[in-house]
Design a protein around this ligand. Structure first.
Ligand SMILES: *Cc1c(COP(=O)(O)O)cnc(C)c1O
Length: 421
């Protein structure tokens, strides 16, 4: 559920007309609903009735510090995957003790930065990484809290690019070698083993792969007990999907019930890393129609947002609902909604049934709150969009549209050389 609705034929976010926002910011612009974000967090948190998990919002889904801070003020921690995300989490007011750090390629500098900020734990993804964390911790004279990310070899039945828990994926340590990895970790002087971690993929619409993975992880938990390794945390990762179209997406209550059932014998603390489920349906991308044209039988609607602003359709063939900002009842035509970028992959929809809009009219790409702005780029030297957060009848520009100077910041033309002999 979200707070984007038509009122008197005009799309509103909560109590604000989208056209009022674009009048100030221009397009393309991302618009997020604070009420929706809060509601999603609340529903997710309340779904857990037996346990009180630590909910570490996955910063990469939507990294704006206003969004991270909103969740943080509701009690969330942060799941980060880079030093840059750690910087954002700290800027947003998340305390180190509520931050978990995932990712296969942490650099020594990032590990040091995280240790200095006393994060809750590293989710280590290889033995070599454990060595690196051990050695950085040693050099700082501290002990690093680590979990090991397990690759349970479970098919999450999602898009291959966002499937992460199969043996052929780069993530985690093969569950068949996990016990040895823990034994290795225990032998390091500057590591403290605190948990067990998994994250099998994203946009999961069915909880059964999570249940299967949990079963394997719990088997490992028992083995580790035998080995005298006691674990305080089980981190289940994120991955719960949302409805972009008509998917029957699993709901937080079913997800939570399955997890609590599976973990009933685990006395420790549960950690969750939701991203998309909290922010996906809380945001839209608004774009303006630039031109219409017809090539052969195809009708094109060319808009001022491109794949650099929202890459999901190009990258995953993802579906985003498209609606006009002003409700239109005219005849509908199959249209390709495309951006200005010089790539045929720059599209938002193919042969979508939409009314014919005039130049200057606006559309909203729905469910764009997750992996939208955070995956955007400057390709084609396009300035990244503005971001706006609506709360009731107020709205705030939480990121200004980039300016020309942002595009060349840090670039330099070397002095003319004389080597052109
Ligand atoms: C991306 C990611 C998440 C969040 O995934 P969602 O599908 O957005 O919930 C959580 N944990 C890890 C380790 C991730 O890489």
């Amino acid at each position: 559920m979200n707070f984007f609705n038509y009122r008197n034929g005009e799309l509103c976010c909560e109590d604000v007309k989208v056209s009022a926002i674009t009048g100030q910011t221009g397009t393309p612009v991302y618009v997020y609903s604070a009420k929706t974000l809060r509601r999603h967090y609340d529903v997710f948190r309340r779904a857990f009735v037996v346990t009180t998990p630590l909910i570490c919002y996955s910063v990469k889904a939507n990294s704006n510090i206003a969004v991270v801070s909103l969740f943080s003020s509701m009690g969330a921690g942060a799941d980060i995957v880079s030093g840059g995300e750690l910087f954002r989490a700290i800027r947003a007011g998340v305390r180190g003790e509520r931050i978990v750090y995932s990712g296969v390629g942490k650099t020594t500098e990032e590990i040091r930065y995280a240790l200095e900020n006393k994060i809750l734990m590293f989710n280590a993804e290889s033995i070599e990484e454990l060595d690196a964390i051990d050695s950085v911790a040693g050099s700082l004279g501290t002990i690093a809290p680590v979990s090991i990310r397990i690759n349970p070899d479970i098919d999450p039945r999602t898009h291959p690019y966002i499937s992460t828990g199969l043996r052929k994926n780069k993530f985690g340590i093969d569950i068949r070698h996990a016990r040895d990895a823990y034994t290795e970790a225990r032998a390091r002087n500057n590591l403290r083993i605190v948990g067990l971690d998994m994250h099998i993929g994203s946009q999961l619409t069915d909880v059964s792969p999570i249940e299967s993975a949990l079963k394997r992880v719990l088997g490992l938990f028992t083995d580790l007990r035998h080995d005298g390794i006691d674990i305080q945390y089980i981190d289940i990762g994120g991955g719960l999907g949302i409805a972009y179209r008509d998917e029957q997406a699993a709901q937080p209550d079913g997800y939570a019930a399955a997890i609590e059932r599976a973990l009933k014998d685990f006395g420790g603390k549960l950690i969750l890393e939701p991203g998309r489920v909290l922010v996906g349906n809380a945001g839209i991308l608004v774009a303006k129609v630039l031109y219409r044209k017809q090539n052969g039988t195809r009708r094109f609607m060319i808009v001022d947002a491109g794949m650099n602003d929202l890459i999901r359709p190009s990258l995953y063939d993802a579906y985003h609902e498209i609606v006009p900002i002003i409700e239109t009842r005219g005849r509908r035509f199959k249209q390709d909604v495309v951006g200005p970028i010089c790539e045929s992959g720059d599209f938002f929809a193919h042969r979508r049934d939409l009314p014919l809009l005039d130049r200057g009219q606006m559309i909203a790409l729905m469910s764009a709150g997750a992996y939208g702005f955070s995956m955007s780029s400057n390709y084609n030297s396009r300035k990244r969009a503005a971001e706006v957060l609506v709360d009731g009848n107020n709205y705030y520009v939480i990121r200004e549209r980039e300016m020309d100077g942002d595009l060349t910041r840090g670039e330099r033309i070397p002095p003319a050389s004389n080597s052109g002999e």
